[in-house]
Ligand binder design. Structure first.
Ligand code: ADP
Ligand code: MG
Length: 688
């Protein structure tokens, strides 16, 4: 039997009781122990001589117990136990408080390694309540870099270290390395036994680092192999083949603009993929305003032209409405009168809804645009061929699976404006092929961005008035308040009232917020789109996708409360037309980091630069809604910092497959082992 799978109870000193405690930490087997990594390390390796101990510092030192302990009680009844210890330079007292067992800890002559803080008390230097370990030829609690683990009640640091140490001794350097030697050499990966030993009990910090690197690599390599496996199994599935390029390219000739080089490249990738009779799973990434919608429509056209139904799902009703309008315009432009486009949302009248559902089922609707309502069980297609989800980061991965079941392996395109560094998309979207529109349509003017404090608002308002009088429109965005929709609304409402009754009382202003009735929301957006309303005050609901080129100024209040990526998305709502646009970040923050972030926004409009910086400054998963992705947590790997390791692992996988190393026995064995290991990982990814 594989010794990693043995129960923890094979270790001496671990019976059913302790096993139960360990189970609280999800530790059941020897392997679980070995892969239960320390949460931190304390460097206790430097030893001092007793004569060099000064007051107020923490030291490691070796002392010999000089005499029997002395127990006294303080006036308040505190039990005090002292030992006098010495080395070849001096002697010092060790003190324990209120510990009935302290007196039997040591005998005269014992050689002990102590670790503790010295204090000056009653004219004497003492070391109070030190950690201790008998000197032996292999100290694990002292005189070294000592690991500390997350604990559970009933298990102390010392005990945990003992358990890990016993598990390591049990395995006794006999772990088989899943990575073949040449792979390890290629990516400078430490050997497995060395790595497991040193992640727990590192000889030096260098050993710790190289062990960490190896184990991180192992983590991400597993995930990426799992992705590959998934891709492989998708590849074995049968899907549709769409062949209506002629219609697509005929339509492109009718567009009032020509596609950018990047749009053309991505379109070709998509059409090529759609031609193959395997399901497409593709992420279409492109910065805000890069023109993803038209590419999405062209893919829909290719699908519909071949006689299948297409669907496009948007995260908000406003956006679904907008896509519906846009796509209707495109259909009109195409001259292909027989394409039937419909909209489905959660708020339609029952009669209309039933009609749409019926038409979807009998195939008389060709393209359906919708919100989450599309995911509903009662939405049944006649022959769903292509699903596009816009602004995917809002949805999470789970929805992909639902659509899959609504058709016979339909093609999927996931569109996202969230700029994510390549390494991160490898982690988040590893099972998708990726197409990137890395270019904006020509003649876009960069949005001028300013960061001001709130006392400058008078001037700002005057400026906005001027723009509006010239015919432009403005957005005012109020921040999320304590994650509470209610408070958020109050603040937006207040702001709206304030503008309406003071500075902008002669202008038409609309208020838009998340929980608003959809008809109302729709009406206001329509009136804004038509130019009737000059100003929109909103919560963050306008964040994604809205396209109103005449709106050229956006004011973001309390801008420090937004993440950079979010600010970038918001800013993307302006700068969509010929006129110069502006984005004003209002903030009175004193936080240095926040100021740095806001200043960065004024300097760059490159989404990828912003995303990288955002990761650097925040270093957490909040930015991208990564948490929603339902990916397994990594024990060691930090997906925001370990770019290099992620790239190397991807490189390794490409190397293995491209060079057909995969058929080499050693590699075959490695993958077999991996498949067994990550079966549960795959289950999780598939369920998502
Ligand atoms: P996003 O990628 O953010 O979803 P959209 O698809 O909403 O961007 O496109 C933004 C605007 O750019 C739209 O008004 C669209 O008509 C326009 N557009 C798209 N492609 C081009 C192009 N190649 N040349 C000029 N304008 C374009
Ligand atoms: Mg869009």
């Amino acid at each position: 039997m594989n010794c990693l799978l043995e129960s923890v109870q094979v270790l001496k000193g671990i019976g059913p009781q302790k096993a139960k405690l360990l189970a609280n930490l999800s530790i059941y087997t020897i392997g679980d122990i070995l892969y239960y990594f320390p949460k931190e390390y304390k460097d206790k390796s430097a030893l001092v001589k007793i004569k060099d101990i000064k007051s107020g510092y923490t030291y490691s030192f070796i002392g010999i117990i000089k005499s029997k302990p002395i127990e006294t009680r303080s006036r308040k009844g505190l039990l005090i136990t002292r030992y006098l210890v010495y080395d070849d330079t001096d002697e010092i007292e060790i003190v324990f408080y209120n510990n009935r067992f302290a007196k039997s800890l040591f005998k005269p002559g014992d050689e002990i390694v102590f670790f503790g803080k010295s204090v000056f008390m009653n004219n004497k230097l003492l070391v109070e309540v030190p950690e201790y370990e008998k000197l032996n030829n292999n100290n694990i609690h002292s005189m070294r870099i000592v690991p500390e683990y997350s604990l559970t009640k009933g298990i102390s640091h010392k005990e945990m270290r003992n358990i890990v140490y016993k598990a390591l001794s049990f395995v006794n350097n006999k772990l088989a390395d899943i990575f073949p030697d040449d792979l390890r050499k290629r990516y400078s990966l430490a050997e497995i036994n060395y790595s497991i030993n040193n992640i727990h009990f590192p000889e030096t910090f260098f050993d710790l680092e190289s062990s960490k690197k190896r184990l991180k690599f192992e983590e991400i390599f597993m995930l990426q192999t799992a992705f590959l496996y998934l891709k492989g199994s998708k590849n074995r599935e049968k899907g549709y083949s769409f062949n209506s390029e002629i219609i697509v390219y005929e339509f492109i000739k009718r567009l009032p603009y020509s596609l950018t080089k990047a749009q053309n490249k991505v379109l070709k990738e998509i059409l090529d993929d759609m031609k193959i009779s395997k399901p497409m799973n593709r992420l279409l990434q492109g910065d805000v305003g890069s023109g993803k919608t038209i590419v999405g429509f062209l893919a829909l056209l290719n699908c519909v032209g071949s006689g299948y139904q297409g669907a496009m799902m948007a995260p908000t009703e406003i956006l679904a409405n907008q896509h519906f309008d846009t796509i209707n315009n495109y259909v009109r432009l195409s001259g292909l009168g027989n394409i039937n486009v419909e909209l489905i949302t959660g708020n339609q009248k029952a009669k209309k809804r039933i009609e749409i559902l019926e038409k979807l089922k009998n195939g008389s609707i060709d393209i359906i645009i919708g919100t989450h309502a599309l995911l509903n069980e009662e939405v049944i297609f006649n022959n769903l061929g292509l699903v596009i989800t816009d602004e995917q980061h809002r949805f999470g991965v789970r929805q992909r699976g639902i659509f899959k079941s609504k058709g016979n392996n339909p093609d999927m395109i996931v569109m996202s404006a969230t700029p994510i560094p390549r390494t991160l998309s490898l982690v988040l979207y590893g099972d998708l092929d990726i197409s990137v529109i890395d270019e904006l349509p020509p003649n876009r003017k960069e949005v001028e961005t300013y960061y001001i404090s709130s006392d400058k608002k008078e001037r700002l308002f005057r400026f906005i008035k001027r723009l509006i009088n010239e015919g432009r429109q403005a957005y005012f965005v109020c921040p999320l308040v304590d994650e509470s929709e209610k408070l958020e609304l109050i603040s937006a409402k207040k702001y709206y009232d304030y503008l309406k009754t003071s500075y902008f009382k002669d202008y038409k202003i609309g208020l838009v917020y998340g929980s608003m009735k959809n008809d109302e929301k729709d009406e206001i957006m329509k009136s804004f789109k038509s130019g009737d309303t000059s100003i929109i005050v909103s919560t963050t609901v306008i964040e994604v996708g809205i396209n109103i080129p005449n709106a050229t100024i956006m004011v973001i209040e309390n801008a420090e409360r937004f993440g950079l990526a979010q600010l970038h998305q918001l800013r993307g709502r302006v700068g969509r037309g010929k006129e110069q646009s502006y984005c004003i970040l209002v903030s009175d923050t004193k936080s240095k980091i926040a100021i740095k972030r806001l200043k960065l926004m004024t300097k760059t409009s490159d989404g990828f630069v912003i995303a990288e910086k955002d990761m650097e400054l925040r270093g957490s998963g909040e930015i991208l809604g990564v948490k929603q992705h339902g990916l397994p947590e990594f024990k060691l790997l930090d997906i925001f910092r370990d770019h290099e390791i992620i790239s190397e692992s991807k490189d390794a996988i490409d190397y293995i497959y491209k060079n057909d190393v995969i058929n080499n026995d050693v590699y075959k064995k490695m993958l077999d082992q991996l498949y067994i290991k990550f079966q549960s990982l795959i289950d999780k990814l598939v369920l998502n």
